[in-house]
Design a protein around this ligand. Structure first.
Ligand code: NAD
Ligand code: FE2
Length: 403
């Protein structure tokens, strides 16, 4: 009885939240795309009269020399920059504070986030700290806790997966508790997004695979949830369609510029989908693996995905059938059940083709109760999931994931 009441409360909460989102500002970033589009960035800054930026990135990107074209362009336009390259995978509160400190110390006028989801998220929250100096990062946890509009953030993704260049979210790691949490507020959305495939051609296959699966899962989780609008559903279907056609190609031939460009677009569409329609238990569980064991975000998601979809069962088959059509894995004349099964089978095949393991061996037995608790805390009541999970359900799913 108590559980039935709780579920009822969750659904009411989600419904009210969905209504409330109609009054929020969902303006998307201005997008520049195509090979070489990063060259437009110095011009954007010049036009905006921004003469000094903090570049937020990570050490690998600096070592790979990925920022060469951009930095030459900034020099040419006389735009000063300071590089902060200490962002780790799954950025921590401390790293965000360091980025904020450098921004203030160097008197910067904008953040230039250059990298995967980790540097972009770091820059988004550091920017929020600039405009909200009295609110610590942990107080921004959850939805709509960023009071004042942050300075301009320009995002240049170098992975094709998180969609962070267009989302209202940023994921932060609390190093004291090894917990990842999300900060979600439309004010976090970057002002500009540069989708330049030349920057992603050097991604090693395993990162291409993991980040590409992240994009696909954003599309799937948002599409099967109850938070969709017509627009988010369209974005999700586009993302699934593009991923089905191009991800394996990008994985097998990293230098295929068209595949790289398409995956950036897929990731961006998926970002636009889930940022309003939310994710679900796949992400809520995967965040724990990132927090506790530092597992890359996309990899954790990809491992978890089939088990959560199986848990949802037949309830999501109508939606999965539509996703099967979008992915091009259904056959004409198939009924809904066959199509949904074809989609699930395709996801498993895709995982195999991308070298993603079936199980998550690193999950320690002793951590299961904590993962259950944190998963349900993250997802309930916020995520408008198709089936609400309880403790026993979550534990059973985790045991299957562990294998
Ligand atoms: N804000 C959002 O909406 C959102 C959505 C999903 C995930 N996330 C978060 O984003 C983070 C994950 O981001 P990610 O998956 O993009 O990975 P990442 O940014 O952590 O990067 C992963 C690795 O790839 C390397 N790398 C990046 N670009 C490269 C390139 N072009 N060539 C070679 N190596 C490159 C990095 O140096 C790093 O070692 C997680 O913290 C996750 O929780 C945020
Ligand atoms: Fe994700």
């Amino acid at each position: 009885m108590l559980w039935a009441l709780k579920k009822c409360y969750y659904r009411v909460y989600q419904f009210v939240l969905k209504l409330a989102t109609y009054v929020l500002d969902w303006t998307e970033p201005a997008v520049y795309r195509g090979p070489g589009s990063v060259k437009k960035l110095p011009v954007i800054l010049k036009n905006r009269k921004i003469g000094n930026v903090l570049v937020v990135t990570d050490k690998t990107i600096v070592q790979l020399g990925l920022m060469g074209t951009l930095l030459a362009g900034l020099d040419e336009k006389g735009i000063r920059y300071h590089i902060f390259d200490a962002v780790e995978a799954n950025p921590s509160v401390e790293t965000i504070e360091e980025a904020r400190r450098l921004y203030l110390e160097h008197g910067c006028g904008a953040f230039l986030a250059f990298g995967g989801g980790s540097p972009i998220d770091c820059a988004k929250v550091a920017a929020a700290r600039i405009s909200n100096p009295r609110k610590p990062v942990k107080k921004m946890r959850g939805i709509l806790h960023v009071t004042h509009r942050p300075p301009t953030v320009i995002a240049v993704p170098t992975t094709a997966g998180t969609g962070s260049e267009t989302t209202v979210a940023a994921v932060v790691k609390d190093t004291a508790t090894h917990e990842k949490f999300a900060v979600m507020d439309p004010k976090l959305r970057p002002r500009y997004a540069i989708l330049d495939p030349e920057l992603t051609v050097g991604l090693p296959p395993h990162i291409t695979a993991a980040t590409g699966m992240d994009a696909l899962i954003h599309a799937v989780e948002s599409y099967i949830g109850k938070g969709n609008t017509k627009y988010t559903a369209e974005c999700a279907l586009k993302a699934v369609n593009i991923t089905a056609r191009w991800l394996v190609r990008a994985y097998e031939d990293g230098g295929d510029m068209e595949a790289r460009g398409q995956m950036l677009i897929a990731s961006h569409h998926a970002g636009n989908a889930f940022t309003r329609a939310y994710v679900g238990y796949i992400h809520a569980i995967a965040h724990n693996f990132g927090g506790l064991y530092n597992t890359p975000h996309g990899l954790a998601n990809a491992i978890v995905m089939p088990y959560v979809l199986e848990y949802y069962g037949g309830k999501i088959y109508p939606r999965l059938a539509e996703l099967a059509d979008a992915a091009g894995v259904s056959r004409p004349g198939q009924d809904q059940t066959r199509k949904a099964e074809a989609f699930l089978a395709w996801l498993k095949e895709l995982k195999k083709a991308l070298g993603i393991p079936e199980h998550f061996d690193a999950l320690e037995e002793k951590d299961i109760p904590l993962v259950v608790e944190r998963t349900l805390r993250e997802a309930n009541p916020l995520y408008p999931v198709p089936v609400i999970m309880d403790k026993a359900g979550c534990e059973a799913v985790l045991r299957k994931i562990k294998g």
